[in-house]
Design a binder for this molecule. Structure first.
Ligand SMILES: Cc1cc2nc3c(=O)[nH]c(=O)nc-3n(C[C@H](O)[C@H](O)[C@H](O)COP(=O)(O)O)c2cc1C
Length: 241
């Protein structure tokens, strides 16, 4: 009994690994657990700092920001596919590079109560269950005042071929603030690319204009930041912000 359960878990993980490596985007079943998440950090200006209550944006100036561009992202530390245990998430690294390149403020979507496991296989189960449940996990704090921004980069890891469900919470809670803005999606992934982030963002924010996004391999964010920076700089320059 025990052995067959173990074997079926191993098979599920193997299938998941293959689907990432195969660049096919969508995923397959497996799954367990659900919902809301945990922790904080902040609204603030700039790519380097963090605040304690997740109500601020990070900017490059201590006097506050006059940037009209914001980067919003979700990312996880802990054990991740292909990169081992990381203390800075792949998407967090890319988000900061984008913010530097675009002179943007930056804000991290953090789970309101951190139920996401740091073990990779357990995290895939929780994420799958949230997707199956069409959950809307709560995030900590308030999003920055979006009215001060014209352009908002929005990024996350691809989870089971889609945005992590907490990002749909962000889209829905900020429907008015996102309306009329230029939104630019970015993903980190291990084979699925942008995985339809652009179309799903357009569906969630029908009154926004969606520009071409970028997809970065998670392992490149950890191990090859020079090439990620070059790729991001070229992409940002081409956006004509
Ligand atoms: C729950 C979960 C589901 C994932 N699903 C996919 C997927 O469908 N396609 C893919 O290419 N990568 C998938 N990955 C890999 C992540 O997208 C990739 O490792 C990403 O860079 C992690 O970013 P982060 O460190 O910012 O969280 C998944 C990872 C997790 C944890």
């Amino acid at each position: 009994m025990r052995i067959s359960k173990l074997l079926s878990s191993m098979l599920a993980l193997f299938v998941l690994a293959l689907s990432f490596a195969g660049c096919t985007a969508q995923t397959d079943p497996s799954g367990a657990v659900s919902s809301t998440a945990a922790s904080t950090r902040g609204t603030a200006t700039s790519a380097e700092s963090e605040t304690a209550d997740n109500t601020g944006v990070e900017t490059e100036s201590s006097e506050g920001s006059s940037s009209r561009v914001l980067v919003v992202y979700f990312s996880r530390t802990g054990e991740q596919y292909n990169v081992g245990v990381i203390d800075k998430g792949n998407t967090a690294i890319v988000a900061e590079i984008i913010a530097e390149s675009a002179g943007a403020d930056i804000w991290e979507v953090l789970p309101a109560d951190d139920h996401y496991p740091t073990k990779y296989s357990a995290l895939t189960d929780v994420a799958k269950q949230e997707q199956n449940d069409n959950a809307r996990p709560a995030y900590a704090g308030e999003a920055p005042n979006l009215s001060q921004y014209d352009t908002i980069f929005i990024g996350a890891p691809v989870w089971w071929g889609d945005w992590p469900m907490i990002m749909y919470t962000f889209f829905e809670n900020n429907k008015d603030g996102l309306s009329g803005k230029t939104l630019i999606p970015f993903s980190t992934h291990e084979g699925s690319g942008l995985s339809g982030f652009d179309k799903k963002l357009a569906a969630a924010c029908p009154d926004s204009s969606i520009k071409d996004g970028i997809a970065i391999r998670g392992q490149d964010a950890q191990k090859d930041q020079d090439s990620v920076r070059a790729k991001v700089d070229e992409w940002v320059a081409g956006l004509g912000l």
